[in-house]
Design a protein around this ligand. Structure first.
Ligand SMILES: [Zn+2]
Length: 241
């Protein structure tokens, strides 16, 4: 009986650690932060962030506060990729503000310069394929500038796509086909394809293995924000009924 009680206290404390205030300077964010399966869980995490959001706030006001936070955020120099994490999160936020899904992506050249920015546009354009990474690559490949960076449909070495979230199976194959390296800000066990590369048919697995897939070195704050932008559909159940 005492053991059960002790376990109960342990679990209750763990839950509190997630739902109250996350220590934003601590690198060890609980893995559970990056798994969100209900609106209730989502809102608990949202109010634990330094956005100034209250639990019963209207959705428009919540979106404004996330935007204000991101527009005033200064990248944390302790993390090499924090500037890119911010830029991809800003793209994710622009999609959220447009009524879309909160995923953003940017394209970086070999000198570290951002040469394209884009975001998910599935809802906005009524298109099943326009995930963040897909929109980024499609619009870039159709631009005049792409000729400088591509060999037919292949990206030249040195280019990196930086996504706010770990690529899904569709984007993972598109990025593999484009031959471009990839970094991403947030990942969770429900989310992406990178850790499931062995589930692919052998040709696709071999093709994907030619390129780098790297979890970015970004601050816990940017990682948690990327997760909350990704799961922002919980705010108003946006998307098909
Ligand atoms: Zn995708």
């Amino acid at each position: 009986m005492r053991r059960v009680f002790f376990l109960f206290i342990l679990l209750a404390n763990f839950q509190l650690a997630i739902t109250r205030q996350i220590d934003i300077n601590n690198d060890s964010v609980p893995e559970s932060f990056f798994i969100t399966r209900s609106r209730d869980e989502y809102l608990n995490k949202l109010v634990s962030m330094p956005f100034g959001i209250k639990r019963d706030e209207p959705v428009d006001s919540i979106i404004d506060k996330i935007g204000n936070f991101l527009l005033n955020y200064r990248p944390n120099n302790s993390y090499n990729d924090d500037y890119y994490a911010l830029e991809s999160n800003l793209q994710a936020f622009y999609s959220l503000r447009e009524g879309g899904y909160g995923i953003g992506a940017i394209l970086i050249d070999s000198s570290g310069r951002i040469i394209a920015r884009n975001h998910n546009r599935q809802i906005q354009r009524h298109r099943s394929d326009l995930h963040g990474e897909m929109t980024l690559l499609t619009d870039f490949e159709e631009s005049a500038e792409s000729a400088k960076y591509m060999n037919l449909y292949l990206y030249k070495p040195g280019l990196t796509v930086f996504s706010s979230a770990e690529p899904c199976p569709m984007c993972f194959i598109r990025l593999s086909t484009a031959g471009v390296d990839t970094k991403y800000c947030t990942s969770g066990t429900d989310d992406g394809m990178v850790t499931r590369i062995n589930c692919l048919p052998p040709y696709w697995s071999a093709l994907a293995s030619k390129h780098k897939w790297v979890k970015a070195n970004s601050s816990p704050l940017m990682q948690m924000t990327a997760h909350l932008l990704f799961y922002s559909f919980y705010l108003d159940n946006r998307g098909p009924e």
